[in-house]
Design a binder for this molecule. Structure first.
Ligand code: AMP
Ligand code: MG
Length: 330
């Protein structure tokens, strides 16, 4: 079978087994695309050293090629083969890897990565996922995997195998169904390629946790420094979404997504009844998807505290509610 006929096939949604892992490893080695669970969200993986395979990710997601991808490696040793692993990176990797922290580091000249992965930048974004399936793939494929979130560009990230299957009719070879993602929100991205540390994207590891390790860090959301591809409109359901909506401000036909013990009983769904921000983060994308239905005019979200992982939740809600007419998405 040729590569092009292969690409038109529907993805195979497979339960976790040794056979599934073997098949997925083979697809990746052959330059195919495999969606797999991580502790954050589902990733759409390809061999990061194979430009044809990486190009398929951009094509399948309809992702603009100026928006670089995160490279996943097995361990810190794997990262040090690709990028300048400076003392700050070493310190953070010891604390947070494997786990949901992505570091932007200076690319090594000797790095075997496809140039397409980093969209022509001289830096690369790298992380070591903790999920056993992601780890098993990395171990057995033996190359770094480029893996952005497994969703169409600009839409809500996938936190279950079915979310991936329902969005992609073709382009992906295998989807490994490993159940729901533990964190449910993307990794935190920190730029360590310069002299200081700057948060580029709020995510599953909080600023407070990072600052406890390395002291005060800058935040790109407070100034002009921007990560490529951090679009105003992103994570968007197909119906309008409004954030910070008090119970009395709901509009007719809107579904109310609530948070905390004070939430009105008549909510469509509740992110966390007890006001637990980690639980809310894990439920966020799944519940937005569940409410994104014909017949519902929009989603109104109750205010959510902006502390800890609440910053990442509010960042996603802000982008999900931003005007969609900018023609920008990832
Ligand atoms: P996703 O893979 O969908 O989680 O998005 C990855 C995000 O990582 C992109 O939107 C970029 O903002 C960021 N990113 C990837 N590579 C780099 C890089 N070299 N420098 C800065 N940001 C990056
Ligand atoms: Mg994404």
């Amino acid at each position: 079978m040729t590569a092009s006929t292969k690409q038109r096939k529907e993805p195979r949604l497979l339960d976790v087994s040794y056979e599934t892992l073997d098949a997925a490893v083979q697809e990746l080695k052959d330059g195919g695309l495999v969606a797999f669970p991580t502790e954050t969200v589902y990733g759409l993986g390809a061999d990061a050293t194979n430009s044809d395979a990486v190009a398929k990710i951009f094509e399948t997601k309809s992702r603009p090629t100026f928006n670089p991808l995160i490279v996943h490696v097995k361990d810190a040793g794997g990262a040090a083969l690709l990028a300048e692993f400076n003392p700050l990176a070493q310190k953070l990797s010891q604390k947070f890897w494997p786990g949901p922290l992505t570091m932007v580091l200076k690319r090594l000249d000797a790095s075997p990565l496809s140039l397409l992965v980093s969209a022509g930048l001289d830096t690369i974004a790298i992380r070591v996922p903790s999920h056993p399936i992601a780890q098993a793939l990395l171990e057995n494929v033996g190359v770094p995997l480029a893996a952005p979130s497994a969703n169409k560009s600009g839409t809500v990230s996938s936190t279950a195998g079915m979310h991936v299957a329902s969005q992609f009719r073709d382009g992906i070879d295998i989807i490994i169904d490993g159940g729901s993602c533990e964190m449910g929100i993307e990794s935190t991205i920190i730029d360590l390629s310069g002299d200081s540390a700057t948060i580029l994207r709020h995510g599953a590891i909080t600023v407070e946790e990072i600052e406890a390790e390395i002291g005060p860090i800058k935040d790109s959301n407070d100034g002009d420094i921007k990560a490529p591809g951090m679009m105003k409109s992103h994570y968007a359901p197909s119906i309008p979404l409004r954030m910070n909506v008090m119970p009395e401000d709901r509009l007719k036909g809107e579904a109310y997504l609530t948070f905390g013990p004070d939430a009105p009983k008549k909510a469509a769904l509740t992110l966390s009844k007890t006001g637990d921000l980690r639980e809310a983060a894990a439920n966020l994308f799944t519940m937005i998807r569940a409410l994104d239905q014909p017949g519902i005019r929009g989603i109104a979200v109750m205010p959510i505290p902006g502390t800890g992982i609440g910053r990442a939740i509010n960042d996603r809600l802000m982008r999900a509610s931003a005007p969609r007419d900018e023609g920008e998405s990832q």
